[in-house]
Design a binder for this molecule. Sequence first.
Ligand code: NDP
Length: 444
Amino acid sequence: MSYVEEVFEGLKKKHAHEPEFLEAAERVLETIAPAVEANEEKYRSTALLERLVEPERIITFRVPWTDDQGKHHVNLGYRVQFNSAIGPYKGGLRFHPSVNQSILKFLGFEQIFKNSLTGLPIGGGKGGSDFDPKGKSDAEVMRFCQSFMTELCKYIGADQDVPAGDIGVGGREVGYLYGQYKRIKNLYEGVLTGKGLSFGGSLARPEATGYGLVYITNEMVKAAGKDLKDKVVVISGSGNVAQYACQKAQQLGAKVVTVSDSNGYVYDPDGIKLDVVFDIKQVKRGRIKEYVDAVPTAKYVEGERPWSVKCDIALPCATQNEINGADAKTLLDNGCWCVAEGANMPSDADAIDAYQAAGILFMPAKAANAGGVAVSALEMSQNSERLSWTFEEVDGKLNDIMVNIYKKVAEAAKKYGTEGDFVTGANIAGFEKVAEAMSAQGLV
Ligand code: NDP
């Protein structure tokens, strides 16, 4: 049995009840195998992989809060501090009923390599709660966030662990979380990113993940001798990532024809009107089906995802495992030749196998959506120097970072004999820097 296989077998025995984490770990370990084999003795003798797959620590806590009727509730809160070899833990907080330790470990593990790919000094972490902000009043969300931070603040800090938003945690939640941190710790420091502009947020942070996704897609498409102009793009989700992916794709001349939420998708053959989506999602906090009230020529399809719509490029931007093998086949049958992942792990293993067998362009999440955490790291830099950069400055750095990620990923794939396989390229390029730092720092 190879070293990689041995480590994965051990992991399966220890964490049999964590399917999402095991799936993520298996996929990474499989693809970094050639880079591990090249240094096997060194890594084995320092138990490097055994350390890489276990979080440095996991903090779990209860979050008691009171609803508007005075009823008391208790949710679970978590922070997975996975790896700090190259910088303070960095990764979002997710508030969603599906949140559990397995999902947060999968996300935290992926974050290590994603953060490494950005070239910035940030380690990997993730956290959140099984709290569902949907349908809650502002006051309820505030009380929940205050209670969550009352416990979390003991374990985070500007040089220690810097959380951000993720599903269910946007600007409103980050504001409440930051307010409570400052109140308890009496510190005005960059402990969270994705903050409002009036209290240390960075211009272009809301846009960063979606824009970054389109920048790297553009780079990959250009390298294949094509361009985005007039290409038909299918997007899932209508949250933060989806909205700004749609905006940048449109700015580069593509035609985005779908957006969705967990109830269904909207198909607008004339191109999605983003002002309508912004109004529904950012102002009214409504459902995507309301789109057809404003644009009657569009169609709303209840209970389905948009993968049966004919397109050149698919940008899944909603959630994990939203494209299975059958969906991938439908996309391919309809002529889709490029998939880039805005969400984390939206394509399941069968879907990725299908893309790779068909030889289409495929950029996995940890490279494709790294723009969000990259601009979060730029927000940390601005907070440390107590300066604010212009939108153009941040956006320009984001573009450079995404272009560099593309280069690193493409080069690593080529170096290990798998040219064009950006899954392998991203995992190896992310892994090599972390492995070097972990080796240099000894058995910790
Ligand atoms: P938002 O909460 O802003 O939006 C999420 C969108 O996905 C909503 O439209 C939501 O619909 C939909 N969605 C959520 N769960 C499901 C589901 N089970 N089935 C179908 N649709 C679903 O989140 P973000 O846009 O911030 O995040 C989207 C993805 O991008 C996540 O995977 C996240 O981890 C990833 N990501 C986000 C980053 C960021 O900077 N925000 C950075 C890197 C990755 P509904 O409203 O009905 O729930």
